[in-house]
Design a protein around this ligand. Structure first.
Ligand code: FAD
Length: 386
């Protein structure tokens, strides 16, 4: 099948992943196999060992932990899915800190609220007039609302989840891409040329390996971009309306999101590279072609937002994959070839908090027979490309 193996040229984000799993030999049999070591796979693995400490868990990652979106994200923690609230979803922002506490993950999680920005402020609305953010983005860009949410340090979140998974007894393997799966009982995974048998498996490969997850027909892989400024002064942050350090995103187009990091670095993100096939992700270079052009446009757009940004320099430029689900809904379903494989992902750019929250849910389906969410139930049969 072929998995992403070499390190793509997606640029460098402003955080570090400082956990590397200990090396060991591959098992031949496990109770639970997880494919993909991003937020989703690592949260599920750690939670499986938390609720079922007697069962063996192995995580197989094609490259290194956080090599997908989780290492290249923006780190804004949102309470809703990209499709809004969904029936039965529950309180994601209450669930996330509960999970982090139970797994002893410190990732600088903050929940002060997030600004929703609009390009079409209602002039009569006192809120728009007193908006802390007064930017020029084609027209006026103002705060429409402050909604629940916050941010994490993504490097610490993915490292912390990896550390928790290993501390709780999960085996985590890097450079161990799953080349192929046989959907029998047990499930068979082809890893480094050997077969690993698993009672159950979770495919958490996000925008990649869509043949394994079977999501090619119901989700679209994209590549999206971000830049981070050099440190700004406290005065510049105040002038920008970011003195309260609230993350922000637009609720209309053109899309823009961002947040303030320690040292007063401000991240801005926008832009999509459209792909014919997920494998094109491996070829994308932030320094070439469409990605480079979009980064250039994003920097120019940021410089025009406000006089305080006119001469701003950028210290980081990066991009990463995202998977847009049908109706922008995340997917947590059983693979149609077998009840023993779950598929979780397609957060449509809203995956930071959801991946951990739904990773716990997936683990509880596998270990405790918890019911799957109902928002993925479909009337039409799905034609799966496997
Ligand atoms: C630039 C950017 C900014 C973003 N900003 C935000 C934000 O601010 N807030 C928010 O909520 N969301 C944001 N997102 C989305 C969020 O980062 C993702 O939804 C989330 O990280 C998905 O985590 P994951 O573990 O499901 O997937 P990933 O982190 O992509 O993990 C999948 C893993 O599977 C591995 N893999 C693939 N194929 C195989 C295989 N065959 N065998 C073994 N391993 C395999 C990959 O190498 C990868 O490590 C952003 C995304 C990007 C790219």
């Amino acid at each position: 099948m072929g998995v992403v193996r070499r390190k793509p040229d997606w640029g460098r984000p402003p955080w570090k992943i400082d956990f590397r799993p200990s090396s060991r030999g591959l098992p031949t049999e496990v109770d639970y196999a997880i494919v993909g070591a991003g937020f989703t796979g690592l949260a599920a693995a750690a939670w499986l060992r938390h609720v079922a400490p007697g069962k063996s868990v192995a995580v197989f990652e094609a490259r290194r932990i956080g090599a997908g979106s989780s290492g290249y994200t923006g780190g804004i923690a949102l309470g809703e899915t990209a499709a809004g609230d969904l029936p039965g979803l529950g309180d994601v922002l209450a669930g996330l800190p509960e999970i982090l506490r139970a797994l002893r993950v410190d990732c600088e999680f903050e929940t002060g609220g997030v600004y929703e920005l609009t390009h079409r402020p209602n002039r009569k609305d006192a809120g728009a007039r007193s908006s802390p953010i007064q930017w020029a983005d084609g027209g006026e860009l103002r705060v429409a609302e402050e909604v629940p949410g916050g941010s994490v340090n993504p490097g610490k979140l993915v490292s912390g989840l990896g550390r928790a998974a290993e501390r709780l007894g999960a085996m985590v393997f890097e450079h161990a891409g799953v080349e192929k799966m046989e959907y029998g009982e047990p499930v068979e995974l082809m890893v480094r040329g050997s077969v690993v048998r698993a009672e159950q498996a979770l495919v958490a490969t996000n925008a990649m390996s869509l043949e394994l997850s079977g999501l090619a027909e119901r989700a679209e892989p994209k590549f999206t971009l971000a830049v981070a400024t050099r440190p700004l002064t406290a005065g510049q942050l105040e002038a920008l309306g970011l003195g309260r350090r609230r993350p922000f995103y637009t609720v209309d187009l053109p899309y823009l999101w961002g947040r303030v990091l320690a040292r007063n670095i401000v991240i801005f993100g926008s832009g999509l590279v459209h792909l014919g096939n997920w494998r094109e992700l491996e070829e994308i270079s932030i320094r070439k072609g469409v990605a480079r052009e979009l980064v250039g446009r994003l920097k120019e757009r940021v410089r025009r937002l406000h006089p305080a940004l006119r001469d701003v320099e950028f210290s980081y430029t990066w991009g990463g994959p995202m998977l847009i689900g049908e109706g922008w809904r995340p997917v947590l379903v059983r693979h149609p070839r077998t009840r023993n494989v779950l598929v979780l992902g397609a957060y449509s750019g809203h995956g930071v908090a959801l991946s951990v929250y739904l990773g716990r849910w997936a683990a509880e389906v596998m270990a405790r027979g918890r019911k799957l969410p109902r928002w993925n139930e479909r009337r039409e049969p799905i034609v799966w490309k496997v």
